[in-house]
Each structure stands twice: as structure tokens, then as C-alpha cells.
Design a protein around this ligand. Structure first.
Ligand SMILES: NC(=O)C1=CN([C@@H]2O[C@H](COP(=O)(O)OP(=O)(O)OC[C@H]3O[C@@H](n4cnc5c(N)ncnc54)[C@H](O)[C@@H]3O)[C@@H](O)[C@H]2O)C=CC1
Ligand SMILES: CC(=O)N[C@@H]1[C@@H](OP(=O)(O)OP(=O)(O)OC[C@H]2O[C@@H](n3ccc(=O)[nH]c3=O)[C@H](O)[C@@H]2O)O[C@H](C(=O)O)[C@@H](O)[C@@H]1O
Length: 462
């Protein structure tokens, strides 16, 4: 057990008045540690620091730590974050360290927002979160409050996080608090979302944990703080949001595959169907990427024995969309009399969605792999993406937007980055032939019917 703490006010089990506790939190007397300073953690730590003036962030990536301590924001595409990080660091409201245990020593509130991923078998991989819980547990003090924000399979707090905290600290729940308060933020609008685009869900391992979480997020989030019964309910809320999205996208993709059979634009029918409030069919596309939506169904399917036919069907439908998209390219080439093994393709967009530098589960990688397997010479371009190894290993030629060839046999739009908006794809048509354009995100519909283009879309009829 660590030595008695001489600094910092404890909130959990506090006998101070509510007003004094609120004042302690907002005037920096309650030191906060945020573990994980990535796309979600850096904006979250920044909002905590903006509210409390006393946050130590911990990240195992030394470049992340060095950049932050130099007042720099390493997350692109987040409005307001550059200025906020710089201002907070300049007034020492926020500093970063590379050892989570060091951050835990003086903190009285511990917020974990590190990756919770899936392993090669698709099972939830909570190893990073559990490692952080050990770092916190070995420095836990009576009165500390632990908050998990990373998405977790239901029951993770009670079955996995709490036992680690109690074992490492020698303390018991009731001497410290634990709550699950899911991050409901989308990249590209993180500060806006964290500060209150939606109600903040909080679920405590006991009543006092819920009270402290409500106190904290009443200051962090200007929207409502919605307390639920316990940590498992809060974990379920977050996973349900993501599973709903994956299943809904799976329905959209399954309907889109009927475009030719119906001889209609399925996307037009979806848009019209969504004009009444009981229908909200999502958008069909080249696939479902990121380390959230494709992962969260596994947090139920792979974690519990109860049958999940709906989730599994949607997951496999969504996982087939990259191949479906690549086959559109190959079929288009055949229709144009071009042998794929002698063809060229330009893949537009590699990150899992526009503006976010993240390639986990990105549809573009299986699309590249399928085209290379068919013998196509693949160029790939994405000005947002900084992760190139996987695409090079898959056989793609990574090119800058200024260096794309004068002509290709085909182009496939996987992720509509803003930088592509000014591209005149018709100028890339091969000499004496038509350019096969496969539009994976309904972003190039203006090319339908162009005499230099053989257009194919997902959910778009031609
Ligand atoms: N990315 C998103 O859109 C959303 C993500 N989430 C949840 O947040 C989690 C984190 O997501 P991102 O911030 O996007 O991940 P990220 O990959 O952008 O950042 C994770 C950061 O954690 C650091 N890290 C890894 N191991 C660590 C350790 N042991 N101690 C301290 N830091 C460590 C990494 O160096 C990295 O900087 C996700 O796994 C998910 O559960 C929730 C809502 C939205
Ligand atoms: C329920 C919900 O909307 N969750 C959001 C989601 O954000 P995320 O960054 O994963 O992006 P996303 O818009 O869900 O897209 C995920 C993937 O799905 C694809 N996608 C998305 C919507 C759609 O109608 N069709 C479709 O094919 C996208 O192209 C992308 O490849 O997941 C985040 C998360 O939980 O990590 C969450 O905080 C965000 O609010």
C-alpha cells in the first residue's frame, strides 16, 4: 500500500460539504490523472484540465508526452484542441508523463481512456486497460475515485477491473470508488461532444461512486448527467449504441445488395423511407472500419454464451462489403474488356472514415488485398493517413495526390477525404477506353452517365 498522501483532496467518502467538494474539484485541489492521450484521451484530459487546472496525463508513447509538454496537440482534425492544449500547458494546468504509475501517485481521480480492442480471434482484448488498472491500483489511496471511459464488455468493471484494483491496493470498494462513464465522442468534434453534445452516462460500483461521478461530470459536461443503476448497465449502454449502429449499417448493406435485382437506387429508397420518424436506416458503403463499431459487437458475441444471430449476421454482412466493393472493380474491368492482371487501379482513401488518421479495421486494406490478389497494379492515396506499412505489405504503391498517374483503368473511392473534392477523375480515363469508377460512399454520383466513365456504386443503380 502506498504511503499516506499529503496533498490532494479526496472526493470519495468525503465528509466536506457538497459546496466545498465542488470548489475543491474546480480549484485544482483534486489532482486528476488521465491515462491514454490519443484521439479521445487528449481532448478529454484537456477538458478536465480546463475545468480543474490540475491534470497529469499519462501515455506510454514518449513522442506523445514530449509533444504535449511542448504545448503541442498531436491529434489532427479536432477544432479548438491546438489552442486549448497550448494554453493549458502554458499555465501548468496540464502536463504529461510517460509512466502511468507516476501519474497515479498524486492523483485522487483516475480516468482511463486507453484502447480496448479485439485480438486475432475477435475476442475483447482488455490487456491495456488491465495494465493501467494495475498501475492505478498499486498507487491507490483511500478516498480515490477510478473512472473507466474506454468502451468495455458488460460486467468488465465488476469482474475484471475492481478485483485488480482491490488486489493491487489492499483496499476494498467503499474505501475507494469505481465508475464506468463511457466516452460517447466522435473524432472531429471531440471537444464539443465531451463538453456536452449528449447526456453523460455514469454508473457507479456503489452509490458513493455514482455520487462522485455525478459531481465530476456535472462540471465536465454541460448537458445532463444520466446516472444508471451500476457499472454494468453503463457498460451495456455504450456497447448497445455501437451494436445498434453496426446492425443498422448491416441492414443498409444487405438492402444495397438488392440494387441490381430491384433495378432501383436503394440509397434513394432509404432516404425516402427515413422521412418518417420510425425509420432510420443508415448508409450502405464499402465497409465498416475503426476500432469501435466493428469491435463492439464482439464485446457481447465473444464474451457471453447467449445466441447472437442478429449481431453475427450484420457483422458478416459488413465484413463482406470490402470484397463486394473490390468485385465491383473487377467486374467493371471485365465489362470494359480489360484483363485485371494487366489493369491499374487508384484507391482513393485509406483511413476508416474521412478526416480521422486511423486504419484499424479499415475497409481499404481488404480492398487493396483483393485487387492485388487479382493481379491489378494498385496505387493508393490518402493525405490524412500516416500508417502506410500495412498497405505496402499488401502490395499497394502509396502515392501522394500530386503524384498520381495521368491515367488508370479504374478508380475506387473508399474514403471521401476532403482533398479529393477537386479531383477531375474523368481526366484519368485510359486512352481510347472508359474509366471504371467504383463509388464506395455515394460521393461520385455526378459521374454517372459520363461518356468517359463506367460508374458503379454501392446501393446506386446504373
Ligand atoms: N476513437 C473513437 O472514436 C472513440 C473511442 N472510444 C474508446 O476510447 C478508447 C481509446 O480510443 P482512442 O483515443 O481513439 O485510441 P488511440 O489509439 O487514438 O489512443 C490511445 C492512446 O493510449 C496510449 N496508450 C496505450 N497503452 C497505454 C498505457 N498502458 N498507458 C497509457 N497510455 C497508453 C497510446 O499510446 C495512445 O496514445 C477506444 O478503445 C474506445 O474504447 C470511445 C468513443 C469514441
Ligand atoms: C453510435 C455512434 O454513432 N458511434 C460513433 C462511432 O464513431 P466512429 O468514429 O466509429 O465512426 P462511424 O461514423 O460510426 O463509422 C464507423 C464506420 O462505419 C462506416 N459507416 C458509418 C455510418 C453508416 O451509415 N455507414 C457506414 O458504412 C464508416 O464509413 C466507418 O468506416 O463510434 C464511436 C465510438 O464509440 O468509438 C462513438 O463515440 C461515435 O459517436
Amino acid at each position: 500500500m502506498s504511503e499516506a498522501l499529503t496533498t490532494g483532496t479526496a472526493l470519495y467518502g468525503s465528509t466536506e460539504s457538497e459546496d466545498d467538494q465542488h470548489a475543491a474539484f474546480t480549484n485544482g485541489d483534486v489532482p486528476v490523472a488521465v491515462y491514454g492521450l490519443g484521439k479521445m484521451g487528449l481532448p478529454l484530459a484537456s477538458v478536465y484540465a480546463d475545468v480543474t487546472g490540475n491534470v497529469t496525463g499519462a501515455d506510454v508513447d514518449p513522442d506523445v508526452v514530449a509533444g504535449i509538454n511542448a504545448g503541442e496537440n498531436h491529434i489532427a482534425g479536432e477544432p479548438g484542441l491546438d489552442e486549448l492544449v497550448s494554453e493549458l500547458v502554458s499555465r501548468d494546468a496540464f502536463r504529461a508523463v510517460s509512466d502511468p504509475a507516476e501519474a497515479a501517485k498524486d492523483a485522487r481521480v483516475h480516468v482511463a481512456i486507453v484502447p480496448t480492442l479485439i485480438d486475432e480471434d475477435g475476442a475483447p482484448d482488455l490487456s491495456i486497460m488491465e495494465s493501467v488498472m494495475r498501475d492505478i491500483g498499486s498507487n491507490l489511496k483511500e478516498g480515490d475515485m477510478v473512472i473507466a471511459e474506454s468502451t468495455l464488455p458488460p460486467r468488465s468493471c465488476v469482474d475484471r477491473l475492481l478485483p485488480i484494483l482491490e488486489e493491487e491496493s489492499g483496499l476494498e470498494l467503499g474505501e475507494f470508488g469505481l465508475a464506468f462513464c463511457p466516452e460517447r465522442t466522435a473524432s472531429g468534434r471531440a471537444l464539443e461532444d465531451i463538453r456536452g453534445a449528449y447526456p453523460k452516462i455514469v454508473g457507479g460500483a456503489d452509490e458513493e461512486s455514482t455520487r462522485v461521478a455525478e459531481l465530476i461530470y456535472g462540471h465536465i459536461n454541460s448537458n445532463d448527467v444520466l446516472s444508471v443503476s451500476d457499472t454494468t448497465t453503463a457498460e451495456a449502454v455504450k456497447v448497445f449504441e455501437g451494436v445498434y449502429r453496426d446492425v443498422n449499417i448491416g441492414l443498409a448493406n444487405e438492402l444495397a445488395k438488392h440494387t441490381e435485382a430491384f433495378d432501383i437506387d436503394v440509397t434513394e429508397a432509404i432516404e425516402a423511407a427515413n422521412t418518417q420518424p420510425f425509420c432510420e436506416i443508415h448508409t450502405p458503403g464499402a465497409g465498416v472500419g475503426g476500432h469501435c463499431i466493428p469491435y463492439y459487437p464482439q464485446f457481447i458475441m465473444k464474451e457471453f454464451d447467449t445466441e447472437t444471430p442478429v449481431m453475427q449476421a450484420a457483422r458478416s454482412t459488413n465484413d463482406e462489403m470490402p470484397t463486394y466493393t473490390a468485385e465491383h472493380v473487377l467486374d467493371g474491368l471485365h465489362a470494359e474488356g480489360v484483363d485485371p492482371s494487366e489493369a491499374t487501379t487508384l484507391v482513393l482513401g485509406l483511413t476508416y472514415r474521412p478526416g480521422v488518421d486511423e486504419i484499424r479495421a479499415t475497409p481499404s486494406l481488404p480492398i487493396v488485398e483483393r485487387l492485388v490478389e487479382a493481379g491489378v497494379d494498385v496505387d493508393a492515396v490518402d493525405p490524412v493517413n500516416t500508417h502506410t506499412d500495412a498497405f505496402e505489405a499488401a502490395g499497394a504503391n502509396l502515392v501522394d495526390l500530386d503524384d498520381i498517374a495521368d491515367a488508370y483503368d479504374s478508380v475506387v473511392l473508399v474514403t471521401p477525404q476532403e482533398a479529393f473534392e477537386d479531383l477531375d477523375l474523368t481526366s484519368l480515363a485510359p486512352q481510347g477506353g472508359r474509366l471504371v469508377v467504383v463509388d464506395g460512399r455515394q460521393s461520385l454520383t455526378e459521374l454517372r452517365g459520363h461518356d468517359a466513365v463506367h460508374y458503379r456504386g454501392v446501393g446506386i443503380n446504373v
